[in-house]
Design a binder for this molecule. Sequence first.
Ligand code: ZN
Length: 305
Amino acid sequence: MIEAGYILGGLWVFALGATVGSFANVCIYRIPFQKSLIWPGSHCPRCYSAISARDNVPVLGWILLGGRCRSCSLPIPARYPLIEFLSGALFVAVYFAELVYGGLEPKDFSRAGYHFLLISFLIVATFIDYDYRIIPDAITVTGMIVGLGLGTLMPWARPSPLEATTAWEGFRIGITGLLVGGGIIWAIRIFGRILFRKEAMGFGDVTLMAMIGSFLGWQILPPAVFLAVLLGLIEPLVKSVRMLWILIVHGKFRPVDSEIPFGPYLSMASLLLTLGWPWVWKSFLANYYRQLGEAASFLWGAVGG
Ligand SMILES: [Zn+2]
C-alpha cells in the first residue's frame, strides 16, 4: 500500500530530478565546447533573448511555450524536456527502490542521494557520448572524485554487501571499484584491438567505468559489462534488419554505421543493476561469486599442493 505521503515525496523527488536534468542539459550542451556552465545564462541560440525563470521550469516550461522560443518562435528541440523528464523519472525510480521499498533510515537517504549524483553524471556522459562519441574527463574525473570522496565520508551509503563502517574501508571499496572498472574496459580495448584491428572502445569508456566503479564497487561491474553488451547489440540488430529490409524491398544497399557509442549502454546497464541490486545480489550474484571463489581456491590448492 502506498500512502499519500509517499506520492507527495515522489513528486518532490521528480521535481528535484527534473531540475538536475535541466542543469544536465546545460552541461551536455556546453562541456564539449569547454564553455562556462554558469555564464552566460540560458538564451535562445537565434535571437539571444534570455530565457526567463518562468519559461525555464523543467518540462512544464517547454510544454507551456509549445516548444518554441517566446521571442522569435524558433523551435526548441524536444530533447531538452525529455532529458529533464528522464532525469526526474530515474530519480523517482531510485526513490521507490531505495526509500519506499528500501527503508527510511538516514543511511537509506544517503544512499539515494549518492545514487542521484551518479545518475546525474551518467546522464551527462551518455548524451555527450551519443552526440560526439567522446566522454570528457571533466565529467568522469569529477565523478570519480565525488564517488570516492562521498564513499569515504559516508561509508554506509553503498548497499549491502558494500556497507562499510570506517572511512578507510569506504575508500578502499571505492578505489578497488575504480581500478577494476577501468581495468575491465582497458582489457576489452586491448583484446578488441587484437581481434578486430580497430578501436573497439574509446578511452572515455575506461574512465566512465572507473567512475561507475568508484560509486558502486567492483561486484556490480562484470554483470554490468555483460548487460551493456546485450543492450548494445539491440541497436546494430535493428539497423541490420532495416538494412536488409531496404535491400530486399527497394533493392538498395545502404551500409550500416558500425560505430556504436558504448558509454550509454554501460550507463544504462549500471543503473538497471543498481535499481535491482538487493534482488540481483541475493538471488544470484552472491552465490555465483562464492562458487567462483571456491573454484579459484580449489585450483589454487591443486596448483600449490
Ligand atoms: Zn529566440
